[in-house]
Ligand binder design. Sequence first.
Ligand SMILES: Cc1ncc(COP(=O)(O)O)c(C=O)c1O
Length: 508
Amino acid sequence: MIENDQRMQLRAREMPLEIHGSEFRRLGHQLVDQIAEFLDDLPQRPVTSGKSHLAIRELLGGDVLPENGSAAKDLLIEVSDLLFDNSLHNGHPRFWGYITSSAAPIGILADLLAGAVNPNVGAAILSPIASEIEAQLIRWIADLIGYPRTCGGLMVSGGNMANFVCFLAARNSKASWDISTEGLASSDHPKLLAYVSEETHTWIDKAAELFGMGGNSIRWIETDSDQKMKMAALENKIITDRNEGFLPFMVVGAAGTVGTGAIDDLPAIAALCKKYDLWFHVDGAYGAPAAMLPDASVQLKGLSEADSIALDPHKWLYAPLEAGCALVRDPQHLVDTFTHTPSYFKFASTEDVPPINFHEIGLQNSRGFRALKVWLGLRQVGKEGYIQMIGDDIALAKVLYQIAEDSPDLEAGSHSLSITTFRYVPTDLPDKNTEVEAYLNELNESLLTQLQAGGEVFISNAALDGKYLLRACIVNFRTTLGDIEALPQVVIQIGQKLDNDIRPPNLR
Ligand SMILES: Cc1ncc(COP(=O)(O)O)c(C=O)c1O
């Protein structure tokens, strides 16, 4: 029984989290000022502080859950400085590690706006305009890369999730039994197999394991010297497996591998998939946006024939994390795979064209408004703006490759899309043999550790033919030619010092 005085209290309920109008305005202005300053200063900051994770943990202080609150104003000042000073700045013009882009400023503001309105983009009734914006974004992304705009699709958290969505749709569509009812357990059904190149990202391992198929349902196809899937090996494997009673169901083609940006022969994979009635999926998490370039290769443009595509706007559309996107040629496959409607979600529609309820075509139920930051980026600079930025990233990666080829201290490894690999090779090393190669791997690995901690530039590594290579992936609209020219200098400078310190006497 609620007493009268408690009712009185509830009438004038306290709301500790509320921040009212003028205070919100003041805090917001203060925070935006700090962010603007941070963005302006980025080129002058180190890419990373290089502190150890334990030193960083110390900064968080006593680790006691606060019993009482603190003033929002003080918290925002304290925490923005904490983040600005102790983060790896992927928005820095000299960040080229992994495949994470500089975040478009309009995307930063979009996330604030999306958080303010906070639509639940799981169902149209909960997010009338946000659902329409996401649906439009899907059509625009399809237009951008030359995929049919009649496709189905949705925003997800990133490349792993986008690939999972497509993997599940593929499996559902190609299984010769009703997999959603019977599952995979019965021994009456043939084993489903997926074909991927050896360069495929680890999402496929997770998919095979987590979706109950097991790692041995993946057929790893060898790659050639350019890290592209060998087509003859692929076809032979499919034929052998079919003859042995397996059920091949999908082939994954790469539109930009995670290691070196290699692009598989997508038109050839498309033809093979047609021949053997397989689902053709393209992992374009990184490279699919490059298909919009007027001079994109025929191999890359072959993604237009795919049954599904995974693409990450938080990679090469420069959206702030998180933003992945799954596209499926026939929208019905998403409906067939994912639609489960809870009783509390029965949305009656009287309209001829029913609204899209995104919870029905993907893994999530409640969903945030990821689409806004990508959609606004596209509206801000249009397709032309992206063509220019992506084209420049590729051109800068080519320049880096040329510098590596021309420098006596560097050895060029590979160049594809906006990824260049190379390594530091001291000029006075004896001729290459196994021992020298082992030392070069050790030297370049230590060099990368120092580079990453140093904060001047940030790159990562790749493995190619047993060689440990330094790898720059330029998905960064802030990078200039001067930034790229600085990289080999820093590498050589640190490399020389390190070589001096660690080269074994027998190689001197
Ligand atoms: C080709 C490819 N696929 C999938 C992924 C996974 O994407 P995410 O990290 O956004 O989940 C990556 C990430 O780099 C990638 O390069």
